[in-house]
Design a protein around this ligand. Structure first.
Ligand SMILES: [Zn+2]
Length: 505
């Protein structure tokens, strides 16, 4: 038992007396008595302790720990009184999300100019594909032209490139976009000429980093890379210099090369299903819109250094705390006065590898996105002590929602935190995918209110095995929970908060 747990227990036993002695003063709006705050904290802690236990092994999608975690969340959604939010009679809690992990295995690039056939060594070339195996040939006699496209500015290429192998000059920062544009024009493969071995090594390191993507977003790309020197050695340095000079010219047109290429790669591929989990409290005024509360349930699995005593990244603050807060909010909203609008509670998967679960939700939502009048993301909620300023992520997108948030802050005697700090997290949280889909989405948390609170957490525990239940701080979480409860009651009332169409800027 940790010291902080003793404090919680003391608070429960002796009520306001013990709390007054050892906790910062509760914020003004807390018409909520101190013993209720302690009880809320105890419930949050109990749920965080389960989600952040080693039994769930860091909740990495595709693992047994993740399966146990998502089953437990479904059970808890039922216990707090939610009903299915899938709007699909075939699936009660689950919105399946198909994920794909790809790891490069082998690659080979062979170039033939005239009679000279060169197997480009791995130090000078790399080939990647999301497929288990992909192979492309091009050049004289193959029916597939090999075309030098300069910097690959898509606008000059037109349909001429369909089916070709494109040879493109690297343009750091912009090549990904240009390569994608070439693939959209149905290039069979793109061979990018990079400045040197260092650039190639960086690409290889990026490709080998384990990462997940949505299976629905799989790009069937065969992408090859070669160093400038290796390419010049095959085609001839003078000729290559002349082509590059042409590529710098504004009126550049693609050049078909008398070069044969063979491009091949294999990958280790793993496809598996994970799930978003969604429940709801039906409102008393059907058709009046919905409020969405969300938080990601996934975390990183084992992420400590190899050989470390404890390698499990339990993700207590990130984001067992957000799920615990979602469940407690659901329980309290359900227990209180009836709400006009439907309230959906969405636990997303695969946030850590790039907001994948929420992006799957946006692509295939169980309710019309346009019916969501506001969304509240809960992420890393157990970091700040009570009375901390509130980080307001997503401010400035929807004046009506902003006004209600600021009014709720005033009612609760909360101060607004460092706005530039909060703004810097906009694109790093699930709400971003909603904002991009025109759904008003904010993240209100005392975690992001000041560097004095956030920086020590980032340094000591963020995405590390030390983000354990023993290190969480729930004072700010209780403040933030009460703020959300109040705010959601306002937003859920069609009479107090008009539908989205009326509140748009
Ligand atoms: Zn995280």
């Amino acid at each position: 038992m940790t010291r902080r747990r003793w404090l919680t227990l003391l608070a429960l036993l002796f009520g306001p007396l013990a709390l007054a002695a050892c906790a910062p003063p509760a914020p003004k709006a807390a018409s909520v008595p101190a013993e209720d705050r302690a009880a809320i904290a105890a419930r949050l802690e109990a749920d965080i302790a389960v989600l952040a236990s080693d039994a769930m092994a860091g909740r990495k999608p595709g693992t047994e720990g993740a399966r146990v975690a998502s089953a437990w969340i479904e059970q808890r959604m039922g216990e707090v009184g939610l009903v299915s939010g899938t709007n699909d009679p075939g699936s009660y809690w689950r919105l399946p999300v198909d994920l794909l992990g790809v790891h490069p295995e082998t690659s080979q690039l062979v170039l033939t100019q005239g009679r000279r056939r060169v197997v480009v060594p791995a130090s000078a070339a790399a080939v990647f594909t999301p497929r288990r195996r992909a192979l492309a040939f091009g050049g004289p006699g193959t029916g597939v032209p090999v075309v030098f496209v300069g910097y690959g500015d898509g606008s000059v290429l037109g349909d001429a490139l369909a089916g070709a192998v494109a040879v493109m000059l690297a343009d750091p920062g912009r090549d990904t976009e240009r390569r994608d544009a070439l693939f959209r024009q149905r290039a069979t493969a793109v061979l990018t000429v990079v400045p040197d071995g260092e650039a190639l090594a960086a690409l290889r390191a990026a490709a080998e980093r384990p990462r997940l993507q949505l299976a629905s977003e799989e790009a069937d790309n065969l992408a090859a890379y070669i160093t400038d020197k290796a390419f010049a050695d095959v085609v001839g340095a003078r000729r290559w210099a002349a082509w590059k000079a042409e590529a710098e010219d504004g009126g550049f047109t693609p050049i078909e090369l008398n070069l044969s290429v063979s491009i091949e790669a294999t990958s280790d591929r793993r496809e598996f299903a994970s799930q978003n989990i969604i429940g709801m409290i039906p409102g008393s005024e059907p058709g009046s819109g919905a409020v969405l509360v969300l938080g990601h349930w996934d975390h990183l699995g084992e992420c400590g250094p190899p050989g470390a005593f404890d390698r499990i990244c339990n993700g207590a603050a990130d984001n067992a705390s957000g799920i615990a807060m979602m469940l407690e909010l659901a329980r309290r909203l359900k227990a209180g006065a009836p709400l006009g609008r439907d309230i959906y509670f969405l636990a997303t998967t695969a946030e850590e590898p790039g907001l994948l679960g929420i992006r799957a939700f946006v692509k295939n939502p169980p309710l019309p996105l346009a019916s969501i009048v506001a969304a509240f993301n809960l992420d890393m909620m157990a970091v700040a002590p009570a009375g901390s300023p509130v980080g307001f992520i997503g401010r400035g997108k929807n004046p009506a929602l902003d006004a209600e948030v600021l009014a709720a802050l005033r009612r609760h005697g909360r101060t607004l935190g460092d706005q530039s700090l909060a703004d810097s997290f906009l694109m790093r949280q699930d709400g971003w995918a909603l904002v991009q889909a025109d759904v008003p989405a904010v993240l209100l948390s005392s975690t992001y209110g000041s560097r004095a609170i956030l920086d020590p957490f980032i340094a000591a525990r963020y995405h590390q095995p030390s983000d354990e239940v023993a290190g969480i701080e729930l004072g700010g979480a209780v403040d933030d929970l009460l703020l959300h409860e109040d705010l959601i009651r306002v937003i859920a009332d069609p009479a107090r908060y008009p539908a989205k169409a009326d509140s748009r800027p």
